[in-house]
Write a protein of this length. Structure first.
Length: 453
């Protein structure tokens, strides 16, 4: 069959990658070390062992190019992987474009997003080490849902601190987690010192990912049988997600195709890392492929932030990481792509962006929802609002190609579906979404809180 006729490009199960790809093996400039928040000295494994599994700490600092996926995880992946790559015939037609547009669809996972790729791996390594309970934070709820299922599969208890504004906007997320046996509370909560101190200052705090992280880390650090798990940002999380881009490369090879542009939404960076990192070796070898991360203009970490050491949370419990940041005190406006409301950024993405191997664009909420609507109507998939950022940027890319009179192959990642994000879409449909302006004053104020190193 010619590539023009294909709608769905399916990779046979036996081609499911056997390794995760570790970009740290190929980076022109290695990461700067994370710093202990108290001593400000480079982190040692001993700093991380109270809350992370040993194997994950090893992956965090590894410079091995390929890390074997344990058979048990690979078997679990087969429930929905390899995930389909679609040719966006409907969207192309609506745009009347010469571009060939493809999207990887991670919404076919049981939990509806790419997050399960890392959740299964993280719980597996914790279980192996005898951990009985795992805490985490969740923004929009996708990560808490994925971790709840992974914990159920490995018979580990799951405790989720969910950012309050999302908890209230998406009440069914809690039910979803509970159906998998997870426990979910709104953050800031009264259960931790961090939560109580935030509430004392601001009883109406809408919460942020940074606050929820403080709570989850404090909880994990206070119990011997409990570890903490993070759904994005860290190197090992980006590593687990590289199964996405490796599959995309194989799928495009099957139809004799290679992308000019690879696009993904960027919150903490994991789904973009997942689709983009496997293309980095090609790019370093001289291939002309652009890797573009898309963020909300209300939380423009890469395009407006600074590359500096900062905390991952609001209280300063986490290590300091060198990353693009808006300052850990930055409270992003309540835009509905909850998964993109984070002040910081994956250190790997940050370094690669600094080194100009990755690009970034910021897009506005209303334009994003408009793109989501066109995509739903032409492709039939209701995307997560986060993924809709990638759709917006893809459409803009295709329109620009049109103006320039060129044809491009564009592939983007749809990290998840939006079936539990309908309150956000409802706000858009009833004219209630605002394009919040991000100002330099807000930025300056929150950058004042950056730790001195
Ligand atoms: C969590 C999530 C994001 C944001 O997190 P990243 O680590 O940047 O991927 C984006 N899209 C979807 C569908 C998500 O679930």
């Amino acid at each position: 069959m010619s590539r023009e006729e294909l709608t769905k490009i399916i990779l046979p199960e036996e081609k499911l990658p056997k390794y995760w790809y570790n970009v740290q093996a190929d980076m022109p400039n290695p990461l700067e070390p994370g710093l202990n928040p108290k001593t400000k000295e480079p982190l040692t494994p001993a700093d991380l062992e109270p809350i992370f599994a040993k194997d994950l700490i090893e992956q965090e600092v590894s410079t091995e190019r390929y890390i074997e996926i344990p058979d048990e995880i690979r078997e679990l992946y087969k429930k929905w992987r390899p995930a389909p790559l679609f040719r966006a015939h409907g969207l192309e037609k609506a745009l009347d474009t010469n571009c060939r547009i493809y999207y990887k669809y991670e919404g076919v996972s049981p939990v509806g997003s790419h997050k399960l790729n890392s959740a299964l791996a993280q719980v597996y390594y914790n279980k192996k080490q005898g951990i009985k309970r795992i805490t985490t934070e969740t923004g929009a709820g996708q990560w808490g849902t994925a971790l709840s299922l992974a914990c159920q599969i490995f018979d580990v208890e799951c405790m989720v601190y969910m950012v309050k504004v999302s908890f209230n906007q998406k009440p069914y997320r809690k039910s979803f987690m509970q159906m998998y046996g997870g426990k979910c509370v709104a953050s800031p909560s009264e259960l931790t010192e961090s939560g109580r101190s935030i509430l004392a200052n601001n009883p109406d705090s809408p919460g942020t990912l940074a606050i929820a992280i403080s709570e989850a880390v404090e909880d994990a650090a206070s119990r011997e049988d409990t570890n903490y798990s993070l759904g994005s940002v860290l190197n090992h999380v980006c590593l687990h997600q590289t199964i996405i881009g490796q599959e995309v490369k194989l799928q495009m090879e099957m139809i004799d195709e290679y992308p000019d542009v690879v696009i993904g939404a960027v919150g903490g960076g994991s789904n973009f890392a997942g689709i983009a990192f496997p293309f980095i070796p090609d790019k370093l070898a001289g291939k002309n492929v652009r890797l573009v991360g898309v963020e909300p203009s209300a939380c423009p970490t890469l395009t407006k932030g600074v590359f500096a050491y900062d905390y991952g949370d609001v209280v300063g419990h986490t290590p300091m990481l060198k990353m693009y940041t808006l300052g850990h005190n930055y409270i992003p406006p309540g835009i509905h792509a909850g998964g993109l409301r984070y002040h910081g950024q994956s250190p790997l993405i940050s370094q690669l962006y600094y080194d100009e191997l990755l690009e970034a664009v910021a897009v506005r909420q209303n334009a994003v929802f408009e793109a989501a609507m066109l995509f739903s109507q032409t492709e039939g998939i209701l995307p997560a609002p986060e993924s809709s950022h990638a759709i917006r940027a893809t459409i803009d890319e295709a329109l620009r190609a049109q103006e320039e009179g060129v044809s491009k192959a564009i592939v983007f990642n749809v990290g998840g579906h939006g079936h539990l994000d309908l309150s956000a879409y409802d706000n858009y449909l009833t004219g209630k979404t605002e394009d919040v302006e991000f100002t330099d004053e807000i930025l300056q104020k929150s950058l004042d809180s950056l730790p001195k190193v």
